[in-house]
Ligand binder design. Sequence first.
Ligand SMILES: C[S@@+](CC[C@H](N)C(=O)[O-])C[C@H]1O[C@@H](n2cnc3c(N)ncnc32)[C@H](O)[C@@H]1O
Length: 203
Amino acid sequence: MSIRDQLQSYASLRLNRKPNPLVVDALKSMPFRCGRALDIGAGALSDTRHLLQAGMTVDAVDTDPLTAKLAARLGHPCLNAMHEDVRRIAIPPAAYALIVAIHVLPFLPRVECSAIISAIINGLADDGILCGTLFGVRDGWAGNRALMTFVSKSEAASYFTHLLPIVFSEAEYDGIDAYDRPKHWHVFRFILRKPSRPAPTQA
Ligand SMILES: C[S@@+](CC[C@H](N)C(=O)[O-])C[C@H]1O[C@@H](n2cnc3c(N)ncnc32)[C@H](O)[C@@H]1O
C-alpha cells in the first residue's frame, strides 16, 4: 500500500473519533462489562478504546496497517491487534463475550459475509453479545459496488435467527461518507444476544 493510500485509509480519516453509540449501548446491555471482545474492522480503534476503558480484553483485527500502528502507540496490555483480513483468522469458538462489527461486514462479498457471520456467531460465548451493522439494498453504494453486500430486511434478519434481538433497527438518510462525499445511507443496526444452551437433562 502506498503512503498516499495509507493517508487515505478509513482509520486515518477517523482518528480520535468517539465510540459508536451502538457499541456504548451494547456494553450497557452486558451484566458484566469484562471478558474478551473482538473488534472486526477496528479502524482508528475508537470502539476498541472504549471497550478497553470498560475493562475488556480486546482482539482488534483490520487489514489497514494503520490500525496496528495505532494499537502499538496505545500500548495497552489488554489489546491484541491483528493486521489481518477477518476472512483469514480462525475465530475461536465460544470465546467472546462481545463481538463488534461496525460498518465492516458490507465490505465482504455476499458469500463470505454469510460465512463470516456464521463464524462470528460460533465465536460468541453463551450470553455473548454481537453488535454490528449491515447495509440495505437502497444504500447509495448498492448499484455500483458489486463486491460488497447489501441486504433486505428479511435477509438481514435471516442471518441471526438463533440470536435474541436487543436492538434491530433500520435507518435511511442522506449524509456523507468518510471522504465527505454525499451518500444515501440504508443501514441495519443490531445488538443481539446468543442464548445460553439449555443444561443437559439428566436421564
Ligand atoms: C468503514 S470502516 C469502519 C471502522 C470502524 N469499525 C468504525 O466504525 O469506525 C471499515 C474498516 O474495516 C476494515 N476492513 C475492511 N475489510 C476488512 C476485512 N476483510 N478484514 C478486516 N478488516 C477489514 C477497513 O480497513 C476499515 O478500517
